[in-house]
Design a binder for this molecule. Sequence first.
Ligand code: CP
Ligand code: NVA
Length: 312
Amino acid sequence: MPHFLKETDFTARQAAAVFDLARKLKRERRAARPADLDRQTWALLFSKSSTRTRVSFEVGIHELGGNPLFLNKNDIQLGRGETVADTARVLSRFVHGLIVRTFAHSEVEELARWGSVPVINALTDFLHPCQIYTDAFTLAERWAGNGALFDSLRGRKLAFLGDTACNMANSWILGGSLFGMKIALAGPAAFAPGNEIRSLLEREKRPAEFLFTTDPFEAVRAADVVYTDVWVSMGKEEEKRERLAQMAPYSVTEKLFAAAKPDAFFMHCLPAHEGEEAAKAVLEHPRSIIFDEAENRLHTQKAIMATLAASA
Ligand code: CP
Ligand code: NVA
């Protein structure tokens, strides 16, 4: 059964096809493609809040001819202790796909192991692959011209600032290795990329070609993209005060953004905390593409679902 739990669950060739399909779906959005998920029901099983992910998946499933079923963890028996394995086996008898947002990455792996329908990772504490594919597609739209979307990413440099141990940082490290991008991360020493992502790279025999530094200006030098994320991810609220203090030097100010390439883009997966991880002037900068990123969640995830449904 095909799943999308991490960036490298698709090969480079498959990822390139996903980008091409996303572009086609974006161009032809008004020409419905109800055959892709024809009368299927895809469940969204969420244990954390969401605006973009939930709405883009629900709209996307509808546009592909399917029916989205939103399940808050606490509204189903999973929230009262029914096992993940039983939940996976029961839901697989009813629905055609599971889109899961949760804390432990092992939970999406367990759902995939026990279920018999495709599982999509819609964010765990470890990875956020739907966001990374969308972000890469958003950049490729700008860089590819008439060439191939996927190939336009190769050799580009992305600087990731702030919480360099979070899901988005891990996902850029893994996604960057698939896309052939150079990833430079700058954050406090205590937030250096951890063992979980390093051992995944090792297991997949991917050279860990990312750079980690505590100097934000070193990371953004010659960068094509400056990327940041919230300093307090979902589930880390108790650490808020110390995180804000430790990460303050990594705020994307106008001065820091200006130290990247003159045509660099600014990206943020959102939601943003203005004045914390990025200045208002950067979020609103003419080269900030944060709302294109948000929109492209729809097109990219439709391409991911159609791809999985076709091979399920
Ligand atoms: N970027 C992102 O995943 O947003 P939501 O948390 O609103 O879904
Ligand atoms: N790192 C953030 C991403 C939100 C889309 C979090 O996990 O809360």
